[in-house]
Design a protein. Structure first.
Length: 324
């Protein structure tokens, strides 16, 4: 019998002894750092309070990690009620801390296995990890609807990305409120799709001092416009009067390279594939240059072939978030 990664992980967990444990509830005040004048209006978030609740879920046997489910309202109200609650899993190291805190974002086709493995590994290394479900993922996807974060519906995609960034900003405020988390050492990690959103979110949230982006880049139009698979779409677009520059301008609000200069001076780690066919190396190099040439680690692999280097990549991520 074959078991999924999540099933195998679950076998390593023991449920909390008191399943009827009382749900922890509270209220957090989101306070932006500074006046936000340097943040585009679409990504600004006014000072406000929000209620949250946290329930015990699992305890990793022998691993010094407790897992909780966390929920709070999104600052954006979409047309779908299920999507308007942010669902997270909080992987908390046992002990008093203070621990670095990290928001973790998933991949495009994520079944959550990868981010759960990453979050578990971070917590086992004394890093509190908040795996945040992005809009329209997991419990945030409306039943019976084919609505997704990324789709050919460009206005909805842009709004979903905006919602993700603002959800991350609230998640940072929640981590800041935790007594076991060092509020001066809060960061974000994303893989593939999550890495693009993580970079964009960090650009809009100055409190994210450390950024880890795995299989990422920037400059979507320069990276993909000349790709053979895009040729027929580009030809059609240009026949009706479109241009590469016009397309670049329209995509700019969601392209992390647009605001990459905001990451200069932050502690950024990029991990990239030298033969990545999904995120071309040219996009990784462009983003690296735009955000000040931070630490970058290259592996001789394709996008999916990066799985071979998963263990050393995780070591780099842990070192990044635990370094002085």
């Amino acid at each position: 019998m074959r078991l999924s990664v999540s099933a195998i992980l679950t076998l390593g967990f023991l449920t909390f002894a008191a399943q009827a444990a009382e749900v922890e509830k509270g209220t957090v005040r989101f306070e932006p750092a500074g006046d936000q004048k340097g943040i585009p209006e679409r990504y600004r978030l006014a000072e406000h309070t929000f209620d949250w609740e946290m329930s015990p879920k699992l305890r990793l046997s022998g691993g010094g990690v407790e897992v909780f489910t966390v929920r709070y309202p999104s600052p954006i109200t979409s047309p779908y009620p299920e999507n308007n609650t942010v669902h997270c899993e909080y992987y908390r190291p046992t002990g008093a801390g203070p621990f670095p805190g990290v928001v973790v974002l998933d991949i495009t086709g994520g079944n959550q296995d990868l981010s759960r493995i990453i979050s578990t590994h971070l917590a086992q290394n004394r890093i509190a990890a908040l795996f945040m479900q992005m809009p329209y993922y997991g419990p945030r996807r409306p039943p019976g609807k084919n609505v997704k974060l990324l789709s050919t519906n460009i206005p909805q995609t842009f709004e979903a990305i905006r919602q993700t960034v603002l959800d991350v900003r609230q998640s940072v405020a929640w981590l800041e409120s935790r007594p076991e988390v060092d509020k001066k050492r809060i960061g974000i990690h994303g893989t593939s799709l999550g890495s693009f959103i993580a970079a964009l979110s960090a650009e809009m949230e100055p409190k994210l001092g450390r950024v880890s982006i795995l299989l990422s880049g920037g400059g979507f139009i320069d990276g993909y416009c000349d790709h053979p698979l895009a040729k027929r779409y580009r030809d059609t677009y240009e026949k009706v009067g479109g241009s590469k520059e016009a397309l670049k301008k329209s995509i700019a609000p969601v392209d992390p390279i647009t605001y990459a200069d905001k990451l200069k001076g932050r502690k950024v780690l990029m991990i990239c594939g030298e033969r990545d066919e999904i995120v071309p190396p040219s996009m990784a190099k462009a983003m690296w240059k735009a955000c000040g040439e931070p630490k970058i680690v290259w592996y001789d692999c394709t996008h999916y072939g990066a799985a071979v280097y998963f263990a050393p990549a995780l070591r780099n991520v842990v070192e990044h978030f635990t370094a002085d």
